[in-house]
Design a protein around this ligand. Sequence first.
Ligand code: NAD
Length: 341
Amino acid sequence: MAHRCMIVGCGGISPAWLKPLSAMDDVELIGMVDLDRTVAEGRAAEYAPGAAIYTDLSAALAELSPDVVFDCTVPSAHAKIDVQALEAGCHVMCEKPLADTMEAARCVVAAARSTGRTHAVMQNRRYLPDIRRFRRLIADGSIGRPTMLTADFFIGAHFGGFRAEMDHVLLLDMAIHTFDAARMILDARPVSASCTEWNPHGSWYTHGAAAVALFKMDNGARFSYRGSWCAEGMNTSWESAWRIVGDGGSATWDGGAQIAGEAAGSGDTLIRAGIPIEPPASVELELTGHAGCIRGFLDSLGTGKAPETASHDNIASLAMCLAAVESAETGRTIAIDLEAV
Ligand SMILES: NC(=O)c1ccc[n+]([C@@H]2O[C@H](COP(=O)([O-])OP(=O)(O)OC[C@H]3O[C@@H](n4cnc5c(N)ncnc54)[C@H](O)[C@@H]3O)[C@@H](O)[C@H]2O)c1
């Protein structure tokens, strides 16, 4: 039986959802909600001509009774919309970030738990074949136990729009992808964060276009992040450039197809030559990016198994962003407490 789905928020990112959703056999797009009716009508005309259009979520939930709600609104609206949809009996998947505060995020996780519905977050960058290959190299034990992970993100992105004037633009709008990737690569949760953030000379943003952050993880590893959204020239990939050090070797990933590794060598020399590690073969994903993440969520429904980006786990990625911001603002190292989640 098809999932009766409704999308809330039909702005810039919504085609990345609507395109794959409209191609899925087990999805019926029954409604579209946006504060701006013409925006919702435009998306419906392109992707789901039969969908009912609403500007009011309560009316849409009451009249359509969807099984699934996809929330593509702005971060400050996520928690309220998602709690309302969960309480109306819907499973919900929302765009990153889960919420704009930890308190709001905890409310969403609690609502999913109390209603017995699934809530998950879009982390499309997990659904790329190369991050899965890199993760496999580490999970295989090829470099031993991870002790240190680094990510470099240097891109000169001239967006304009809301990002030009957003506070903490790099940490709040982009870094969650990289921090979530770090959790995936290390298979670990954050314990503390320290961060410095600034808006470099020449930046075309008004706040926080560059940051350097250090996280302690619960497996003892440290994760360091260096990022700039106003770095011209020598850009990294959007997935960042990575290095991981384990107690039995090291590996690098350029964020694209280039993965290399060396296991620890032996002998009595000062520097021991590493032994090349064959990178894992390509990982076949039937669907990638947004499509893959949505498919994983839909396939989890009714199985009793949480999707990979379930909010009770994904809240740890949000916690890294918000702790980094707090550290940058206070100059202190911030403890990250995920016990109560
Ligand atoms: N995963 C990714 O790679 C990726 C990329 C870009 C944006 N995003 C995320 O997607 C979300 C939306 O970003 P965007 O660029 O599409 O923003 P946008 O401003 O283009 O669109 C947001 C839409 O939501 C509507 N809206 C706002 N509040 C609403 C409410 N309470 N009820 C109904 N509709 C409401 C607005 O009218 C607007 O049409 C953000 O959370 C952003 O971080 C994710």
